[in-house]
Design a protein around this ligand. Sequence first.
Ligand SMILES: Nc1ncnc2c1ncn2[C@@H]1O[C@H](COP(=O)(O)OP(=O)(O)OP(=O)(O)O)[C@@H](O)[C@H]1O
Ligand SMILES: Nc1nc2c(c(=O)[nH]1)N[C@H]1C(S)=C(S)[C@@H](COP(=O)(O)O)O[C@H]1N2
Length: 198
Amino acid sequence: MSIAYDSIKIGIVSVSDRASSGVYEDKGLPALQDWLGRALHNPVDYEARLIADEQALISQTLVELVDAGCSLVLTTGGTGPALRDVTPEATLAVADKEMPGFGEQMRQISLRFVPTAILSRQVVVIRGQCLIINLPGQPKAIAETLEGLKDADGTQLVPGIFAAVPYCIDLIGGPYLETQDAVCKAFRPKNAIRAPRS
Ligand SMILES: Nc1ncnc2c1ncn2[C@@H]1O[C@H](COP(=O)(O)OP(=O)(O)OP(=O)(O)O)[C@@H](O)[C@H]1O
Ligand SMILES: Nc1nc2c(c(=O)[nH]1)N[C@H]1C(S)=C(S)[C@@H](COP(=O)(O)O)O[C@H]1N2
């Protein structure tokens, strides 16, 4: 008996002047797709974009992905203090609601990995029925923030922010996401847990 999982469309956006112009190979999109593929049971239809650090272009890309039916969009890059870093501004410009707890938690998690974690101004917002999450540009920051910190035995020391993503998407009317517990154990209140369907 196989379990039927909801399908989901997810936008992944790498914001990098150098990767988008070919100075270096983009590692952001593969890292995002790899982590989501390991974390989710659901079949995923990815919409991938590699773009420069241009505020209007970032906002336009986010709007297009939401209009295309994405329930979740993850961006990587452009969250720092450099003059060209404008991903948070571009994200806030298309937001209906800001979800500040995610950004606060990501900076707390990241401080366990790097003292420069506080340089990331990453934000998380809701536009329509889509959750949009900014992640830092370092490819390794993707798994660090989404998954959190585990010890050598796999015991979770600091929960990653993705644990709260499935229930957040429930609350905005999106598909029911189910995670691989070994990668990320999603948390839902008891009354929000759906019995497995076959
Ligand atoms: N998309 C990416 N692909 C591969 N490596 C990246 C990517 N984005 C960032 N990095 C790596 O992380 C380091 C720190 O990222 P940094 O925030 O300095 O990039 P940036 O200032 O946003 O520049 P750019 O927009 O040109 O990537 C980079 O020097 C690079 O080694
Ligand atoms: N988890 C994690 N968070 C991190 C980092 C990292 O390596 N891991 N790098 C930091 C650094 S050095 C910077 S400058 C900021 C912003 O990075 P961005 O401009 O590439 O988004 O993210 C910070 N947050």
